[in-house]
Design a protein around this ligand. Sequence first.
Ligand SMILES: [Zn+2]
Length: 298
Amino acid sequence: MRLGRERPSQNIEDRRGMGGGFGMPGGGMRIPIGGRGGIGIGGIIVLLLLWLVFGINPLELLSGGGGVQIPRQTQTQTRTGEVANDQTTDFVARVLGSTERVWAEKFQAMGRRYDPPTLVLFSGAVQSACGMAQAAMGPFYCPPDQKVYIDLSFFEEMASRFGASGDFAQAYVVAHEVGHHVQNLFGTADKVTQARMQAPETEANDLSVRMELQADCYAGVWAKSADDSAQILEAGDIEEGLNAATAIGDDRLQKRSQGYAVPESFTHGSSEQRVRWFKRGLDTGDMNQCETFKAQPL
Ligand SMILES: [Zn+2]
């Protein structure tokens, strides 16, 4: 990617090395996941919310198995607060800055104002308005605090465990989470969360898939629009993105973790669906093409 023309976002909160649960002003709820004898109600809320997140099937977390649970070493870090000037941080800041530029334009064209999300960098575990989250759950967007949470070591895991490498693969992850923020601003997130709570499981999963595929499509819309105006894409980038979308399809992840795929339990969509919707956004740059809730078949 070429991000030289994109301005790094200022909406980054660096909580790496702070540990989870600290530095949360205003007495935010602290709800640990796990603990003795079960995951507790707070944990369930977190898992429900994480239903929305990238690559994670809460059922796998609940059952304690699953291919997306990633053991990691304890990290000891001393940095606090300030945004470190390392390469990956700069990259993420520019991708985020690019999404801000693109979505601000699109919202303005609709007569609306784009209120950008904050991106929180963390290591190990983090406190969010959605509860306490572990890095092993992958990046996620928390609608109540309008923040995207990401542990940058996820990018290494994407490359080593899922075979999804390359800078555009990483940008797709960030843009997908920002896509959830766009859904939140449009009220889609609220509607879907409510509908899902009342629906039987298969239907709830279907809604989740539609939500995720729309976020994929929005990620494509961003990439196309950013490329049109700031030429961010280089040869091979599109392939990296599509490869990443393939690698994190539910069928692929389930086959890895349990040897077979159960389509009714999908919460993010199959590899083919993720690629197709990402590509639709990427081909058109038009968010009106991302009507996953109306698409039949999906
Ligand atoms: Zn998602």
